[in-house]
Design a protein around this ligand. Structure first.
Ligand code: TYM
Length: 366
């Protein structure tokens, strides 16, 4: 079946958050520009093609992108230039780029509503990043907690300048499309704040140019923690497979990982501060199933951790298995994936080039 037809026929069966469930956490009131009043608002988001995409990426980002796609004009990017801010094996990176593309389509993103492309194929991203570098301040980049976390081990001396500059490239990604909304997980709040600061500073200095974007953060699943350590955010770059459930994990691997997930002392199934591991499992359960945390607490009253883990394993398998199957099918035809990404880049460029030109003109480098 041709790719596009498959997407349409399978669309309804793809797990989606109900719109009502998805309460956007807005950082400030929306600011719209005249030119956009008659059009759908724009959404931009991206994922780095590094490591194995996890259930955290699914719940914090992908699932919500699918849920809102029809209401917006969407740009979903594979941010390969962000991935190379830490060392990557070029062969594996090429493979991971296709893997992320396959997952984007397999979760249910529809090319009819979404422009899906690789960041490195639209050089306007790095061009705007340079302009923004010239208004971003060294001090504000030094305060970014993700940079501090990522350089904790090796120290700032061994970190790449690209890693330091990561948030400016991220700001360029979004501002380049005048996107209004940025659906992301909770860990991106500080980056979003910086992006907003840069947009406001540019507009103030050079005249109205950029939309000031807002974060859209889901009520559950916005910060999925590690299965082996509920004090650490689940990360796709973790070297320990027991730390995460990958979107492409086999069903039995998912069941096993959840069965072996760390639990807390005691026995009650409650999402309380003294039970960070159980709270994390309930959060994943809630985000995957659409049931509220309090409904789950009531459902599991008097039951054991083993019961919760067994059912959660099935809920996660049910949500991820169809995505895995479809992603693997798509990966069988890398040529088609590449050509869809190339046409996405062409569409993205059309919007990006005119906004870049506007910024260049305002700065006097046209
Ligand atoms: P990345 O690849 O680290 O994460 C991609 C998305 O997944 C979310 N996420 C999580 N959500 C819940 N629980 C987790 N454990 C978890 N881990 C990751 C992230 O919040 C993110 O939404 N810097 C971005 C990539 C980026 C971007 C952009 C995003 C580059 N340019 C422009 C939005 C707009 C990032 O964190 O990627």
């Amino acid at each position: 079946m041709p790719f596009y037809e498959w997407r349409r026929s399978k669309h309804e069966s793809v797990p989606m958050a109900e719109k009502a469930d998805f309460i956007a956490l807005r950082l400030s009131p929306l600011r719209t520009q005249k030119a956009h009043t008659m059009q759908k608002q724009r959404v931009f988001s991206g994922i780095q093609p590094s490591g194995n995409l996890t259930v955290g990426n699914y719940l914090g980002a992908l699932k919500n992108w699918v849920a809102i796609q029809k209401e917006y004009e969407n740009y979903f990017c594979i941010v390969d230039l962000h991935a190379i801010t830490v060392p990557q094996d070029p062969k594996i990176l090429r493979q991971k780029i296709r893997e992320v593309a396959a997952i984007y389509f397999a979760v249910g993103l529809d090319p009819e509503h979404c422009v899906i492309f690789r960041q490195s194929k639209v050089p306007e991203h790095t061009e705007l990043a340079w302009l923004l570098n010239c208004i971003a301040r060294f001090g504000e980049l030094s305060r970014m907690t993700q940079f501090k976390d990522k350089t904790q081990k090796g120290g700032a001396d061994s970190a790449s300048a690209g890693l330091f500059d990561y948030p400016v490239l991220m700001a360029a990604d979004v501002l380049l499309y005048n996107a209004h909304l940025v659906p992301v997980g909770d860990d991106q709040r500080q980056h979003l704040e910086l992006m907003r600061t840069l947009a406001r500073r540019f507009n103030h200095t050079y005249g109205e140019t950029f939309v000031v974007p807002e974060a859209m953060i889901p009520p559950t699943g916005a910060r999925v923690m590690g299965l082996d350590d509920p004090t650490m955010k689940m990360s796709k770059s973790s070297p320990a497979p027991a730390h995460y459930v990958a979107i492409l994990d086999e069903p039995d691997t998912i069941r096993k990982k959840i069965r072996r997930a760390k639990t807390d002392s005691g026995s009650g199934i409650t999402a309380t501060d003294d039970k960070p591991a159980i709270r994390n499992l309930l959060d994943i359960y809630s985000a995957m199933s659409g049931k509220t945390i309090s409904a789950l607490e009531a459902e599991y009253e008097g039951k054991g951790y083993g019961d919760l883990k067994k059912d959660l394993g099935e809920v996660v398998v049910e949500g991820l298995a169809p995505i895995r199957t479809r992603a693997l099918e798509l990966l069988d035809d890398p040529g088609e994936l590449d050509s869809i990404l190339d046409s996405g880049a062409e569409r993205a460029k059309k919007v990006a080039s005119s906004i870049l030109r506007d910024a260049q003109t305002k700065m006097g480098v046209d």
